[in-house]
Design a protein around this ligand. Structure first.
Ligand code: CA
Length: 443
């Protein structure tokens, strides 16, 4: 099976020269979507597509007539028209035919040699001069738990005698999160307070969390939804997925360990979640698909979670990294420090399995719904996607450049998540950045 088409051709170059740099996140093979406007203005947010260090304003481009493949009544025209909105929900609802036709039209218009390139230049805005809104109106947010390495190491800290609960290898575990506190990259939030039970004490008290952490995750944006009572089959699941973003599920570990049984996380998670502004489509990610395997010694997935296509190419090899910039680094104009990195290909469950499982009971998903993958930790300890794991539950501080160290986050710390894909014979594409900052106390 091949899902590659002319938009993935590694030989394509753009007339926007910055898109052709070797380390660019946004070459012409990527073409991710965001909601943007010129920074510091009261312009309406609208949909843009990243190309190099520029944003193409799709609505402005449409008005120039330079999108040659956007012909009246076509799927591409439907997709382009939906980009006049302040969020991606309308485009998401149109489905894969419109997404793909719009991508093809944009690819042809932005590639080197395009006949109407000069007409399109006025529709570009420098990325350094824009600000972003959340890419979609997110009706519902569900956070999964798809890294068995994360589940096992966190389980060991919370339940040393019983780290991995027996349902883990059968059920793609998740909890329903909260949308009101999801923010786009640049989000600043106050250290949350909550009820904690300090070691050795018999009664809890309310205090600012002392164990504030990040979680390195991807977010999956649902495109077309399903009707209530109509589960989405595993081989139809990806057709309901618009694309991928970066997601940091900030967590208060002391609040979490006291509150999480028996119903799961609540106030330890719902005070802030940061996502990247750019949504990379599943079509753009096609060259970086990977086999999904389940070792013979583990339970094999139930029929609704299993298919030949899912096994052949249901995983994605997406490189993930977390970086920290402390207030001292920022003040001293020193570079951020890398905390860890892994790949999404290590996940125990795929995106298609997440969608199929979410709807097996008839639950209806809607355009713009967000599914978190759960913290992505790789097979080795240094590939862990949270400080909880990297510090052994806060017992072993991490040394940072400049003489600082961390067990958990301090006020003023910024965490930036980054991700990219690369493979021989395909270009490097990036997901941009999801950066969030713990406000300085009193600010
Ligand atoms: Ca999480």
């Amino acid at each position: 099976m091949t899902r590659l088409n002319e938009t993935h051709d590694p030989g394509l170059r753009s007339w926007v020269e910055s898109a052709n740099a070797a380390e660019a996140d946004f070459p012409i093979q990527n073409l991710p979507f965001a909601a943007f406007r010129r920074a510091g203005t009261d312009e309406a947010f609208r949909i843009g597509v990243a190309i190099g260090d520029q944003v193409l304003d799709v609505t402005a481009a449409l008005s120039t007539g330079a999108l040659a493949d956007v012909t009246p009544g076509s799927h591409a025209a439907q997709g382009a028209a939906a980009c006049a909105a302040p969020a991606l929900n309308g485009l998401m609802a149109l489905g894969p035919a419109a997404w793909s036709a719009l991508r093809l039209a944009l690819s042809r218009a932005l590639r080197r040699g395009a006949a109407r390139a000069d007409q399109l230049r006025s529709s570009l805005v420098s990325r350094s001069a824009v600000e972003y809104a959340l890419p979609a109106v997110i009706g519902d947010y569900t956070d999964f738990y798809t890294s068995i390495y994360h589940a096992t190491s966190v389980g060991r800290l919370f339940r040393p005698d019983n780290p991995l609960l027996p349902n883990y290898k059968w059920v793609p575990i998740a909890y329903h999160g909260r949308t009101s506190s999801i923010g786009v990259s640049g989000q600043v939030f106050q250290r949350p307070r909550g009820q904690v039970l300090p070691a050795g004490e018999t009664a809890p008290s309310v205090r600012p969390t002392g164990r504030l952490d990040y979680e390195l995750e991807l977010g999956v944006f649902i495109g077309t939804g399903n009707s209530a009572g109509q589960p989405i089959g595993i081989d139809d699941a990806e057709g309901h997925v618009f694309g991928i973003t970066l997601l940091n599920d900030w967590s208060a570990r002391d609040v979490q360990s006291w509150e999480y049984q028996p119903l799961g996380p609540f106030l330890s998670k719902n005070f802030a979640t940061t996502i990247s502004p750019w949504v990379v489509t599943l079509e753009a990610l096609a060259p970086y698909r990977a086999q999904w395997t389940r070792s013979a010694g583990d339970p094999q997935p139930l029929a609704y979670l299993d298919s030949a296509v899912n096994r052949a190419e249901g995983a994605f090899d997406i490189q993930l990294e977390a970086w920290i910039e402390t207030a001292a680094m920022r003040a001293g104009r020193r570079a951020p420090a890398r905390l860890s990195g892994t790949s999404f290909r290590h996940a125990y469950w795929t995106i298609a399995q997440m969608v199929a499982h979410h709807t097996i009971n008839g639950c209806n998903l809607r355009p713009g719904d967000l599914l978190g993958t759960g913290t992505q930790s790789g097979p080795t300890p240094e590939q862990a996607g949270s400080l909880l794991e990297l510090t052994g539950g806060g017992k072993t501080p991490i040394a940072l450049p400049g003489g600082e160290s961390r067990t958990f986050l301090e006020d003023g710390d910024a965490i930036a998540l980054r991700a990219w894909c690369e493979r021989p014979g395909a270009p490097r594409i990036g997901l941009g950045e999801a950066r969030g900052i713990v406000a300085l106390a009193g600010s």
